[in-house]
Design a binder for this molecule. Structure first.
Ligand code: ATP
Ligand code: MG
Length: 1106
């Protein structure tokens, strides 16, 4: 909620001078000082704002402050320039009243700053949007441009405005800015050529030289060094706190935002550069034949550069500095200029050039910021005009005179609009008014501007008068005409009141301005008023190719030669001030009175005398008096009633009757003391702002009550609507819920029913099942019983039938026998005697046939021993014979299938059988082993290739153990048997150890047991016998011996080899005969037979028992 505040809250001193007690000059200044010391730089006199220059930045212009003051009552918050700006803006926007903000005060009092604060506040609070923001930005950015060209450092202000400025800001019906119009007043152009000590030329010159890039400077033919230019004062070129280079960038940026084209900016800078160059042109005298001196340009370099910059023909300008053409009544005369005149012409040109450039800038800015829409505008004017100026040393000239005249006019308008208007209104409204004496400065204005005998009129008259005109003749004229005027003082006055006044020099006159007496030196008045620029110069300027130059000097156009003198400076100024005053009078004025606290331009110093002087000449105390004597607030009855009608039940909500009566009723009801207000004809006058505040306060409270009422009703309505909605929703929700609950319940019952149903059905089914099972068992029992019973019956029946059948059979047999007997007895006589033999033969034939067919099952294998048993005893002999014949026959068949090789193998096998069967225990195990012959594969094995080639066709090759004669141990040897000999060879190398021709072999001895030992005994006396017999062992003993035996039997030239099979035999080892004895060994011997030398004569071989 908004916090209710008032101007009266936390006041330092008094915020409104109207409340000051006691009221006098001292208390006024004490109050100002008190507030100034507490950083309260603003104080009110009613609606007028007094602003003290703090000379330092205070944190009171923040966006938060803007928000704080926005849309607030003027007296609600502590005094601030924003409150005034807000009041003006709102009454412009809401009440459609054009406003003007008049900012007055001395140089350096803070007028320009105040005007900028007002503009920035209005910019902050008015509408927003892309277009509006652009307008705002252009309006705000016009300030830096104008300040650069129109402000300068002076003794009193580092940023002193050297021109007057009035800016109309235009708004649409919503209060959004549309554009603006700037008017400028009398630029102090003399500053271009000459500046008082400690002051500077216009900022732009310094900014250009410090801030422009080297490139730009080169183009402008300028040098960065200030000292190179005569027009620039050097002692104060650098100002503390002023960064000219940065300002230059700001200005260029501002020009761009305002809408200057790049070419335009360049042209402007060229003119500024040209002025600097112009100042450097110097002249020298040159004597002429006629005895007069004629001026000549000293060093033409600057002239040349200037001409180049502006595109002027150098000779034309040069001539313009040496000659002057005077035209009168169709006659043209050319006179030469002396050096002084040339300097005068140069400076006049510079001043004119600069002031015209400045006016062009204003026009150009106006072009950019002018409102586009043609609709009716609301206007807020901001007037920032140079302050009242008094140079204490009496060095006040024409400019000060003009400036002070302007201030005089402003004071007058202030007086007019506040004091006089106030009084007049009281009279109009028929309110009792105690007349207040105040000084009306109209008389001073009249002294200056009166058309007949005003100072300006006389100056013009003097300037236009033929004959010699000097400042002195002008002063003389003043002395005659104004002598009687009470505000004019002069030493040469006929009324020699001031004859002895030494403070008043002879060449001066003094005017008692409303702000104090000012002494003016007449020197230069005539010239400055004339503001003469020789036509030759303006024509030379017009000839320039620089387009802007041509625009600035239109009078130079030879086609438009005007012989009439241009209006004087004074006349022009008077006219523009007149226009301004008329303009201001149509608007609602808002005053800001700026006061400068000290001369030193520093913070925290408050110089009483200086402030007192300003307070006095601004007539501030008088202003308060008027305010207090009268009524602080007035308002038409209608609007007053409209505003406060809610404070009284009788007037609320509608008062029927005249508004005045309504206000009477209202104020009586509110018990406002009668001395606090007065009833005018159309307005109510409230004496004290406090009464107003009270009314405002009560109104606000009332509004709050009303707001509460509205809120109450609205809330009631809202709650009811909400409640109804809730209720409706509740019904819907409940319905849905009930539906849902019932559905749930139904589902539960349904599932319970299903469970119960299934249980009952189950129980019933089980009952039926049990019943059925019982019935089934009963049926089965019945069936079983029936089956048993039937079985018994059947068996009984069967037995009976069998018995019956047997009986019938016996009967039949008996009957058959008997019948046979009968038949045979009957028919015997009919049978033949040999019938018996035929039957017998037939029977025998049948039996034999059956017997032979029975033999058919026997197989063809010779190994098959099966043979059917004999069927009849009488076939016994035939049966055995048949078996033998059949076996022989099938053996023959079997042999018939054999090949030659197979036959040879079987023959050998047969031979082995003949030799060993039932003689040696090893034999049965050899039957199933085929005789392979070559176990070593001697032909294929490359290891034995050499061996193979050494012997003839090998019949047998095997690995044997040669038994060592000394210890009976065996060592492996290759044993090869050929048709003619046997060979023993080394197992590894295949080298032949012994080769014995078979004829040398006498016999072979082997044991009866299952060992593989055999001795090859050689014939005594044979060639091989010298080495002795061989005792060998082999796994293929049977095969080796059989093969040896076979060779012996087949060879025709040899004896058959004897084979001796016994468990003890003699072997000839070299000289000795050793007995080899085979014994049955225990199982400890393992599977193979072991040979051991027992003694010299005995070699024992133990053979494992089978
Ligand atoms: N409200 C303020 N806050 C801070 N400084 C201020 C304020 N007002 C003025 N100043 C300071 O005072 C200086 C002078 O103010 P300003 O230029 O507004 O004076 P002026 O009245 O326009 O003078 P002139 O008549 O010479 O143009 C400013 O440059 C600024 O430094
Ligand atoms: Mg200023």
């Amino acid at each position: 909620m908004e916090v209710k505040t008032s101007l009266l809250d936390n006041m330092i001193g008094v915020g409104d001078m109207v409340l000051l007690e006691p009221l006098n000059e001292d208390s006024f200044i004490v109050n100002l000082r008190n507030r100034f010391d507490h950083n309260e730089i603003y104080t009110y006199i009613g609606s007028v704002v007094i602003s003290m220059n703090p000379y330092r930045s205070l944190p009171i212009y923040t966006p938060q402050k803007v928000e704080e003051y926005r849309n607030r009552n003027f007296y609600e918050l502590s005094p601030h320039i924003y409150a005034l700006a807000d009041e003006a803006y709102r009454s412009l926007r809401d009440q459609d009243k054009d406003q003007c903000i008049l900012i007055t005060g001395e140089s350096g009092a803070g007028k320009t700053e105040a005007s900028k604060l007002v503009m920035s506040y209005v910019a902050a609070v008015c509408g927003k949007g892309q277009e509006v923001n652009k307008v705002k930005e252009q309006l705000l950015q016009s300030n830096p441009v104008l300040e650069a060209f129109g402000n300068a450092k002076t003794m009193r202000n580092d940023n002193s405005s050297r021109f007057g400025k009035y800016m109309d800001i235009e708004f649409d019906f919503k209060g959004d800015p549309l554009g603006g119009v700037i008017s400028n007043y009398l630029l102090e152009k003399s500053r271009v050529c000459k500046q008082p000590r400690g002051e500077r030329n216009f900022h732009i010159f310094y900014q250009l030289l410090s801030g422009a890039s080297d490139d730009t400077l080169m183009k402008l033919k300028l040098d960065r060094d200030f000292s190179k230019y005569n027009y620039l004062s050097l002692d104060s070129a650098n100002v503390n706190g002023l960064d000219d280079a940065a300002s230059f960038r700001t200005v260029r940026n501002a020009m761009q935002i305002v809408g200057f084209m790049e070419a335009e900016v360049q042209s402007v800078l060229e003119l500024v550069a040209a002025i600097l160059k112009l100042g450097n042109i110097e002249f020298k005298p040159e004597s002429r034949v006629n005895g007069f001196d004629e001026s000549r340009v000293k060093d033409k370099n600057d002239l040349k550069e200037m001409c180049e910059l502006l595109g002027i023909e150098q000779s034309v300008l040069e001539r313009a500095f040496s000659y002057r053409t005077v035209e009168a009544k169709m006659e043209k005369m050319s006179t030469t200029l002396n050096v002084a005149q040339a300097y005068y012409a140069r400076d006049a040109l510079a001043k004119n050039l600069y002031s015209r450039l400045f006016s062009w800038l204003v026009t150009r800015i106006n072009e950019s910021i002018k409102a586009q829409a043609k609709t009716r505008h609301k206007v807020m004017g901001v007037l920032d005009i140079y302050g009242f100026e008094i140079f204490e040393d009496g060095d006040n000239s024409f400019e000060q005179f003009i400036i002070n005249y302007c201030n005089e006019k402003l004071q007058q308008i202030f007086i007019e609009l506040t004091l006089r208007e106030e009084q007049e209104e009281y009279i109009r409204e028929d309110i009792e008014w105690t007349n207040i004496e105040y000084f009306n400065n109209a008389v001073i204005c009249d002294l200056i501007e009166n058309n007949q005998n005003g100072i300006l009129a006389m100056l013009d008259e003097e300037c236009l008068r033929p004959g010699t005109v000097t400042d002195d003749t002008f002063l003389d004229k003043l002395n005659t005409i104004c002598a009687e005027h009470q505000h004019f003082e002069s030493r040469l006055n006929k009324n020699s009141k001031f004859l002895t006044d030494h403070s008043l020099p002879h060449s001066c006159f003094r005017i008692q301005h409303y702000a104090g007496k000012v002494l003016y030196r007449v020197e230069g008045f005539v010239d400055k008023n004339n503001d003469l620029l020789y036509r030759d110069l303006s024509q030379a300027m017009y000839k320039a190719t620089h387009s802007l130059m041509r625009q600035l000097f239109p009078e130079g156009n030879p086609a438009k030669v005007n012989l009439k003198r241009p209006p004087t400076a004074g006349f022009q100024f008077k006219a523009s001030v007149g226009v301004l005053m008329k303009n201001l009078q149509t608007k609602n004025p808002n005053y800001i009175r700026c006061i400068k606290p000290n001369d030193k331009k520093v913070a925290h110093i408050f110089t009483d005398s200086l402030v007192c002087h300003q307070v006095r000449y601004l007539g501030l105390v008088e202003n308060v008096r008027v305010r207090r004597a009268g009524y602080a607030f007035r308002q038409p009855y209608e609007s007053c009633l409209e505003r406060y009608k809610m404070l009284c039940k009788k007037t609320w909500p509608q008062w029927r009757g005249p508004a005045r009566d309504g206000v009477v009723v209202l104020l009586t009801d509110c018990s406002v003391p009668t001395e606090e207000f007065a009833y005018g004809r159309s307005k109510i006058f409230i004496r004290n702002p406090r009464t107003l505040f009270t009314l405002e306060e009560r109104r606000r409270a009332c509004l709050e009550d009303l707001a509460t009422l509205i809120q109450k009703i609205y809330r009631g309505w809202k709650s009811r609507t909400h409640f109804l909605l809730l209720k409706k929703s509740q019904v819907v929700v409940a319905a849905w819920y009930r539906r849902y609950a019932q559905q749930n319940k139904y589902q539960k019952i349904k599932s319970a029913t299903l469970v119960m149903q299934s249980f009952i059905r189950g129980w019933k089914a089980r009952n039926i099942l049990r019943q059925l099972k019982y019935e089934k068992r009963c049926k089965e029992a019945v069936t079983t019983i029936a089956a048993y019973w039937h079985g018994t019956q059947a068996r009984r029946e069967l037995r009976r039938l069998k018995e019956e059948a047997r009986r019938k059979h016996a009967v039949a047999i008996i009957w058959a026998y008997w019948l046979g007997l009968q038949v045979r007895r009957e028919y015997r006589k009919f049978f033949r005697a040999n019938a018996g033999k035929k039957i017998y033969d037939f029977t025998i034939q049948r039996i034999m046939q059956k017997y032979f067919l029975g033999l058919k099952t026997t197989t063809m294998s010779p190994m098959d021993n099966t043979w059917p048993a004999k069927p009849y005893g009488f076939l016994e002999g035939a049966h055995t014979q048949l078996r033998r014949i059949f076996h022989l026959w099938r053996c023959k068949k079997y042999r018939g299938q054999f090949t030659e090789e197979k036959k040879a193998v079987y023959e050998e096998k047969l031979e082995a059988s003949e030799i060993f069967k039932d003689k040696k225990a090893l034999y049965p195990s050899s039957v199933s082993q085929p005789f392979k012959g070559d176990y070593l594969e001697i032909q294929k094995n490359p290891k034995y290739q050499k061996l193979n080639s050494a012997v003839e066709e090998v019949l047998l090759a095997d690995l044997v153990n040669k038994i060592n004669r000394a210890n009976g141990k065996g060592s492996p040897r290759l044993f090869l048997l050929t048709k003619s000999n046997f060979v023993l060879a080394d197992q590894k190398t295949g080298q032949v150890k012994a080769s014995v021709p078979l004829p040398d072999l006498a016999s072979v001895s082997v044991s009866t047991q299952s060992d593989g030992f055999f001795a090859l005994k050689l014939k005594e006396g044979s060639a091989s016998a010298s080495k002795g017999d061989f005792l060998l062992s082999s796994e293929h003993l049977i095969e080796i011996i059989t093969k040896l035996h076979h060779i012996g039997t087949t060879a025709a030239d040899r004896d058959q080899i004897n084979i001796d099979i016994s468990d003890e035999f003699l072997v000839q080892f070299k000289q000795d005969k050793v007995c080899v004895k085979f014994i049955q060994g225990g199982p400890k011997n393992g599977n193979s037979a072991a040979c051991k030398r027992k003694n010299n004569r005995l070699l024992e071989v133990s053979v494992p028992s089978p």
